[in-house]
Design a protein around this ligand. Structure first.
Ligand code: HEC
Ligand code: HEC
Length: 247
């Protein structure tokens, strides 16, 4: 037997020994569920440039996602805000880039890294009391989102969006995660029951048509009076001028 063949056999033996004892691939070591592993793959393709290899965030690109929880992921990805376009100043609501299954996978992956607020239990998210919801909304939300949920401008060129397109779960997860300068309304600030009351109120508000006449954006009694006044005076003036010109 030549020494060449002996070397080859020795190499094969070492190779076999190595692959038998080497650690398994890191994905299997991480202890992630199958769903979370699928989420990790989506994350590495669509989110990693701004949020970092270990979700730790990237300076000037995106914040850390450790501990933000599945509620924040549901809100951000489910409303199409994430993935953010490179040059966007404020994330906008748009058609989601991922389907429901993919959103669930991303939620599982990010929830597995640091925990955080979870989605509410199954059940009707509007089962709260309407009157209480109205009061809580005016107290906690109307300063930014307007009394009728029509949204409004904030300082620094930002804005609080209208709530017209928000689903029940969008509203719930917005409160849990507090996107941008919206405060976080954790369960200590607003109990799950109170959150449901607010959702009931917001959704009822949307379903109720304007009570009569032209809506003019439900701007309130003062602007409505002003519109009537200005229009009325103008009509009177036109009539006066018309009458005068005939004399
Ligand atoms: C171009 C950069 C960019 C990309 C790509 C991107 N993000 Fe973001 N992300 C940001 C920035 C900036 C913020 C903070 C600003 C904001 O909230 O609007 C943010 C905020 C978030 C938040 C909210 C964090 C919190 O504290 O509540 C979540 C969750 C999130 N991103 C998830 C994702 C996921 C999941 C993806 C991939 C599908 C993704 N992002 C892709 C830049 C990015
Ligand atoms: C300090 C101002 C502020 C307050 C108070 C506030 N929000 Fe917001 N809210 C915002 C801003 C800003 C955004 C947009 C965040 C973004 O685009 O990332 C937002 C987004 C939302 C959205 C997402 C809308 C959509 O469908 O795209 C919902 C729902 C929402 N808020 C509900 C509430 C509720 C309910 C309350 C009261 C419990 C509340 N907000 C209180 C500023 C505020």
């Amino acid at each position: 037997m030549s020494s060449g063949l002996a070397l080859l056999l020795a190499l094969i033996a070492v190779g076999g020994l190595y692959s038998a004892t080497a650690p398994e691939s890191t994905a299997q070591d991480s202890g992630l569920s199958v769903e979370a592993m699928a989420g990790q793959e989506i994350y590495e393709n669509g989110c990693i440039t701004c949020h970092g290899r270990n979700l730790q965030g990237v300076e000037d690109q995106g914040p850390s996602l450790i501990g933000v929880g599945e509620a924040a992921v549901y809100f951000q990805v489910g409303t199409g805000r994430m993935p953010l376009a490179q040059n966007e100043a404020q994330a906008q609501r748009k058609t989601p880039a991922y389907d429901d299954a993919e959103v669930n996978q991303l939620m599982a992956y990010i929830q597995a890294n640091g925990g955080g607020p979870t989605l509410p239990d199954e059940g009707d998210l509007r089962e709260g009391e309407l009157a209480e919801g109205g009061e809580l909304f005016r107290l906690n939300c109307a300063s930014c989102h307007n009394f009728a949920g029509r949204g409004g401008a904030l300082s620094g060129g930002k804005n609080a969006p209208a709530l017209t397109e928000s689903t029940d779960l969008d509203i719930y997860t917005a409160m849990l995660s507090g996107p941008q300068n919206m405060p976080v309304f954790g369960d200590n600030q607003l109990t799950p029951e109170q959150k449901r009351s607010i959702i009931n109120y917001v959704q009822t508000l949307k379903e109720t048509a304007d009570p009569g006449g032209a809506g003019i954006g439900r701007a309130g009694p003062v602007p409505e009076g002003l519109v009537i006044w200005v229009v009325g005076i103008t009509v009177c003036l036109v009539v006066c001028v018309w009458v005068g010109s005939r004399a």
